[in-house]
Design a protein around this ligand. Structure first.
Ligand SMILES: NC(=O)c1ccc[n+]([C@@H]2O[C@H](COP(=O)([O-])OP(=O)(O)OC[C@H]3O[C@@H](n4cnc5c(N)ncnc54)[C@H](OP(=O)(O)O)[C@@H]3O)[C@@H](O)[C@H]2O)c1
Length: 233
């Protein structure tokens, strides 16, 4: 059987790395993206060791020209094939609204919303050739409810749901499925520099999210909105 081709943004660490490895265990060719080419080299080795192939796609997701160029190169290396796109790259910050600078708000929207839009647009042509095409957008519980200091992040993740719901209508006729995943707090480096006292042991593991992404892709029916349940213990 032909290898599954999956582009994962933010694949160099955290949830994206777990998603890349989950697909690699199923023998996929992973087009892995992040800004740091060096960090991508590290995950490339893990993907290959897990049974997958790896094609690096270093880019800044909010730079549309870079996205078009780098996705184009990665797709050329995959023979123009793409079955699954996981828009996972994202940034997080906690800033009370009275301290929020418009530039911080803009940056959050550029990365967490324009990023998925640009990457999806760059992938549409290749996805249209797949008979199992699927775009999976990683939102957050912050895309369903407000949090203290979450004005910018929540706005970006609520809007990502709008992007998914709008695209789903248009892309149904091309046979492209769209799903939005809503993880709760997950223990990754995203919390390393944040203010606050976080009980990281009580959070989801990145693998909890990657399992849900895999199940969403594998499901017979189209699953549109999927929560990642918090750990039970
Ligand atoms: N951790 C949580 O609690 C949690 C909960 C719900 C949802 N999420 C969402 O899950 C996704 C992954 O989060 P994570 O916790 O795994 O974060 P993470 O550990 O900080 O990893 C973020 C990944 O995105 C890449 N990235 C960041 N900014 C980028 C940019 N401007 N352009 C291209 N790539 C960029 C990073 O690589 P480079 O730095 O090399 O670019 C890295 O690979 C995010 O969308 C986040 O909002 C996380």
């Amino acid at each position: 059987m032909e290898r599954l081709n999956v582009l994962v943004t933010g694949a160099s660490r955290g949830i994206g790395a777990a998603i890349a490895l989950r697909f690699a265990r199923a023998g996929a060719r992973v087009l892995g993206s992040a800004r740091s080419a060096e960090a991508l080299e590290r995950i490339a080795g893990e993907v290959r060791a897990a049974g997958g192939e790896f094609i690096p796609c270093p880019m800044e997701v909010s730079d549309r020209a870079a996205v078009e160029t780098e996705v184009g190169k990665a797709l050329a290396a995959s023979g123009g094939k793409l079955d699954v796109l996981v828009n996972n790259a994202g940034i997080f910050d906690i800033i009370p609204v009275w301290e929020l600078h418009p530039e911080q708000f803009t940056r959050m929207i550029e990365v967490n919303l324009y990023g998925p839009l640009y990457v999806t647009l760059a992938c549409l042509g290749a996805l249209a050739h797949s008979d199992r095409a699927h775009v999976i957008n990683i939102s957050s519980t912050a895309g369903q409810q407000g949090y203290p200091g979450g004005t910018a992040y929540c706005t970006s993740k609520y809007a990502l749901r709008g992007l998914s719901d709008g695209m789903r209508i248009d892309l149904a006729e091309r046979g492209i499925r769209i799903s939005t995943i809503y993880p709760g707090a997950t223990d990754t480096e995203i919390f390393d520099d944040l203010p606050g006292d976080w009980d990281r042991a009580s959070m989801n593991r990145p693998e909890d999210v990657s399992d849900v992404v895999w199940e969403t892709y594998s499901a017979k029916e189209e699953l549109t909105d999927v929560n990642v349940a918090p750990p039970s213990n």
